[in-house]
Design a protein around this ligand. Structure first.
Ligand SMILES: [Cu+2]
Length: 167
């Protein structure tokens, strides 16, 4: 009587292992993102994307840890967006303004944070609003580290970034 159960358990264990190895061997998934994606001396972690409503630009924040020489984030792209830009936020007479920048410096042996009120990545022309909790693909290009594929977790639309406030 017990044998079928053991066989079933073994089959389940094997299929679980199969899924695990598939996830490990494919490009970066949510689990890998938690650990950070490594590229040369860089570790990219905690990428999150925020979308307010369809046809409005989405914002991406992440942390770039650099264990080596200075680098530069020079471009970003995504298969779900028409255009992805690097932006800065600066205070201008008490008003937060954003500006399209050519690059974002990644300091040597330091952590660079792309965050609300600072440097960030903006996605334009995202036709279908990604559901919160899903992962969206993003390719970041660094001057030294080259192209790095990451995935950003889509956050709640309510906690979104706006260009006219500090949020
Ligand atoms: Cu912006």
């Amino acid at each position: 009587m017990k044998k079928p159960y053991i066989a079933l358990f073994a089959a389940l264990a094997l299929s679980t292992a199969g899924v695990y190895f598939t996830m490990q061997s494919t490009h970066h998934d949510a689990r890998a993102m938690d650990m950070g994606v490594k590229a040369g001396t860089l570790t990219l972690a905690g990428a999150t994307a925020r979308f307010i409503i369809a046809n409005r630009p989405g914002t991406v924040f992440l942390t770039i840890e650099n264990a080596g020489d200075a680098d530069k984030l020079i471009a970003a792209a995504s298969s779900i967006a028409d255009k992805v830009e690097l932006h800065s936020h600066t205070m201008d007479n008490g008003v937060m303004k954003m500006r399209h920048v050519e690059s974002i410096d990644v300091a040597a042996n330091a952590t660079t944070e792309l965050k609300s009120g600072g440097f960030h990545i903006m996605m334009f022309g995202v036709k279908e609003l990604p559901a919160s909790g899903t992962m969206i693909p993003l390719t970041l290009t660094f001057k030294k580290a080259g192209k790095v594929n990451i995935e950003a977790m889509v956050g709640e639309p309510g906690a979104s970034h706006s260009h006219s406030t500090t949020n």
